[in-house]
Design a protein around this ligand. Structure first.
Ligand code: HEM
Ligand SMILES: *[C@@H]1O[C@H](CO)[C@@H](O)[C@H](O)[C@H]1NC(C)=O
Ligand SMILES: *[C@@H]1O[C@H](CO)[C@@H](O)[C@H](O)[C@H]1NC(C)=O
Length: 366
């Protein structure tokens, strides 16, 4: 019988992370008597994953999951060929007193206060660097439409705080953002995928005066491409909290836009990449998944780590429809920036415009 492409893609869809070898390898029962693993060295991580999913994220793509994803970035990007730093090493948690003084880490204190108790509880099982990346990978599978990314274990404990100046800020220019990411090996397309994709499941606690959990797009609990549409709509600048110029009030009531996202959507070096993800669910899932994996390995040597991807639960499939324009808007409200291709044609949501509700905060329900 011919091994048809359909069957091949079915197998790949069912086991996206399994290598051919892993498919051939037997799973053995872990000491907990419940889970099975191809690599017994990964067994100890199952209870950590369960604890995170049930008790930190509460099986939701909410504030804690968003925070864990943001932490992946703020820890990992702390490395530079000239200034040093350990990258994805957990330094942001262990050396929090130093790293939280960095203004680019505004808001990370709230994330750490929710997440760190779990890290310290499990520090005899995995390092701080592993924990931050594991939590990020588990956070993604709380969000419908987000990719399940591989997880590698074995990062050494951090030795020092990351130098300041390495985390991009929302009022940085596109050139400076691309330069910073470029130093650690990210192409402009990868930057657009990782920044835009992550901000699909995100919001601001420290930008809009006196308001928390203000979403960046209409659907902060779903990893979709609506962010690439909402950010391309025309908007008006306002002065954010702390007097920082350049945040944008959008045509979508209840949402806010970072100047950096707005510029990535409009700058000639990134606008076509930005537009390429609008209404391109499978494209963003793949490109974002690869870019987050790359972040998770900054400062690390993949061949010296253990592939424990098997402990990451299945992704939640995207069941939403195409990206849409908010009620009352038309394609004329899209601020077309890419000069070489038109923005994908979208339909308008029916009904009167409603305001997007804030994201409930992790500490609200305690
Ligand atoms: C140019 C690069 C980036 C800039 C300037 C930036 C900036 C920001 C800012 C200012 C906030 C709001 C923080 C607050 O108000 O408390 C935010 C939220 C967030 N960012 Fe980014 N970001 C960038 C890239 C990334 C990347 C690469 C990721 C993850 C891979 C990420 C994930 C998130 C998430 C998940 C949130 C929401 C956090 C929450 O709701 O608690 N960001 N970002
Ligand atoms: C900050 O770091 C110290 C020392 O590592 C630790 O004891 C404390 O719990 C950390 N705080 C948070 C919020 O992570
Ligand atoms: C969708 O995204 C993928 C991955 O970046 C890209 O290769 C493809 O060209 C995109 N599709 C469109 C229509 O832009």
């Amino acid at each position: 019988m011919v091994f048809s492409p359909t069957l091949t893609s079915l197998v790949l869809a069912l086991f996206p992370l399994a290598s051919v070898n892993a498919l051939r390898t037997k799973r053995t029962l872990c000491p907990d008597g419940v889970n099975t693993a191809v690599n017994p060295a990964c067994c100890a991580l199952f209870p950590v994953v369960q604890d995170l999913a049930d008790n930190l994220f509460e099986n939701e793509c909410g504030d804690s999951a968003h925070g864990a994803l943001r932490l992946v970035f703020h820890d990992a990007i702390g490395i530079s060929p000239t200034l040093g730093g350990g990258g994805a090493d957990g330094s942001i948690v262990i050396f929090n007193q130093t790293e939280l003084e960095n203004p680019a880490n505004l808001g990370i204190d709230d994330i750490l206060s929710t997440l760190s108790p779990f890290l310290f509880k499990h520090l005899d099982t995995l390092s701080a660097g592993d924990f931050v990346q594991l939590a990020g990978a588990v956070s993604l599978v709380q969000c419908p439409g987000a990719p399940r990314i591989p997880f590698f274990s074995g990062r050494a404990p951090p030795v020092a705080a990351a130098p300041t100046g390495l985390v991009p800020q929302p009022f940085d220019s596109v050139a400076s953002i691309l330069q910073r990411f470029g130093e650690v090996g990210f192409s402009p397309e990868e930057v657009v995928a990782v920044v835009g994709g992550s901000h699909s499941v995100a919001g601001a606690d420290d930008i809009v005066p006196n308001m928390q959990g203000i979403p960046f797009d209409q659907t902060p609990s779903v990893f979709d491409t609506q962010i690439f549409v909402d950010v391309q709509l025309r908007g008006t600048l306002f002065t954010g909290e702390g007097g920082q110029q350049g945040e944008v009030e959008t045509a979508v009531a209840g949402t806010v836009r970072l100047q950096s996202d707005s510029l990535l959507a409009r700058d000639s070096s990134t606008s076509c990449a930005w537009q390429s993800f609008a209404n391109n669910q499978s494209g963003i899932e793949t490109a974002f998944g690869q870019a987050v994996l790359k972040l998770s390995l900054l400062g690390q040597v993949q061949s010296q780590l253990t592939d424990c991807s098997e402990v990451i639960p299945a992704a939640i499939a995207f069941t939403g429809g195409p990206a849409t324009l908010p009620p009352g808007l038309t394609m004329n409200d899209i601020e077309q920036a890419c000069p070489t291709a038109p923005f994908p044609t979208l339909s308008t949501q029916p009904g009167p415009a409603t305001s997007v509700p804030p994201i409930p905060q992790a500490d609200d329900d305690s």
